[in-house]
Design a protein around this ligand. Sequence first.
Ligand code: SF4
Length: 480
Amino acid sequence: MNYALIFKGHDFAYEVQAIAKIFIPGVRFQLCRDDEIPTAENQIVTAINAERIDINILMHGKCLNDSCQCPEENAQQEYLLCRMLYQSLQLLTGYQPPWGMLTGIRPVRKVLDQLEQGFAPEQVCQTLQEQYLISDQKMQLALQTALIQKKILPHSPKQIGLYISIPFCPTRCSYCSFVSHSIQSAKNLIPAYIAKLCEEIAILGTLIRKYQLSVQSIYIGGGTPTAISAQQLSSIMQTIQENIDLCQVQEYTVEAGRADTITKEKLQVIRQMQADRISINPQTLQDAVLQKIGRCHTAQQVIDAYQLARQLGFDNINMDLIAGLPSDTYEGFADTLRKVIALHPDSITVHTLTLKRSADLYGSKQNTEISIVEKMAALSAQILPKSNYQPYYLYRQKNTIGNLENVGYAKPGKENIYNILIMDDRQTILGAGCGASSKIICQDNIVRVMNYKFPYEYISRFSQLMEKKIQIETELEKLA
Ligand code: SF4
């Protein structure tokens, strides 16, 4: 460990670490309290006493000190300490973080909160920029997103979302951190998994009817739901049709995901079963990059799958891209973006690469430089609105390159309700299948119930899992 964070006289270790990570990403800090002696050569000391707040940084042979009078209030002490640290690190590194000192994953929530308190958009921007030192470009992105979301957010606690998990993929992509199993290795488990999944959907259907809830959106995700056979997909969707009142559903998505799983037969099943939105995710249209990340399909296969879906009448298609994939370049990303726009999908979601511990690529040095990923994200924000795609949902994940964001852009009226609501934590979501979670929103209280993570556990411990549904039912009663 080459970096130590030393805390003296305060408990803001988490907040200080979050600020330090913006400038020094991907390292594990040595954490030392008060009199503990650090061994790392680069040291950041943050200290608070009754009179002063002090910052002392020794980094790569450079030294920087700052101090100010200590305010009485705890929250102000925390804010001032973080701001001083942020500005000192900015001076030392020369890096201007686009989101400023905002470290949370939901910047749009902050904008919405203030808009709902009656502040004008300009006032909201001014306050947040002063407080968090956010760049003009990111502030505008968050504001535009919030204004679109404000029109879509639900008002009735009885409107819910339904998530169905199909955690299988043809092969595992090297950057993936989802619970996803290759079709080949999970082949024997799949029939039993589908049987249990259908059972769980039926149980949820009973609860939905009992408590007179209305399902606003359905999302079948994974994994890659189209990795299973057309018959298997059909049996799951049939169960949904039998147990959920689809007349009330405003949006029904099936993540078709990888082009190498999409066939005419599966697309026909999706349409017959009344899903109206699919996602075909190229991630990139550069063949060399696709190969590098283990996608096992070509750019042309993505285009063919997209055109097939259009021919079959799908009029709401999303395409996902990732900025910062290993071996991709700015020019490659720009070329992908241009080609995807030329296909005219209804929405385009631009993610920035996130490498979590469970990803094969985690810890490798194959990451694209932060400045290039920032340019990729900036290009998306610049050219997508010019092609009539407006930002409608935005969130940041920990471990994204450069602390950047994932943004959904959509043509007017094609915003994905489910994505907005899951991020906003304002709508109850019931989940079925392994890795899925249910989130019940009850008068500002959020109760989460997790399903088992792996298919074999989900199948073998299904009866125990169903006992947990009692907890869901207790919470749903409160919505009645
Ligand atoms: S298709 Fe998606 S879920 Fe499946 S392995 Fe690739 S990234 Fe993971």
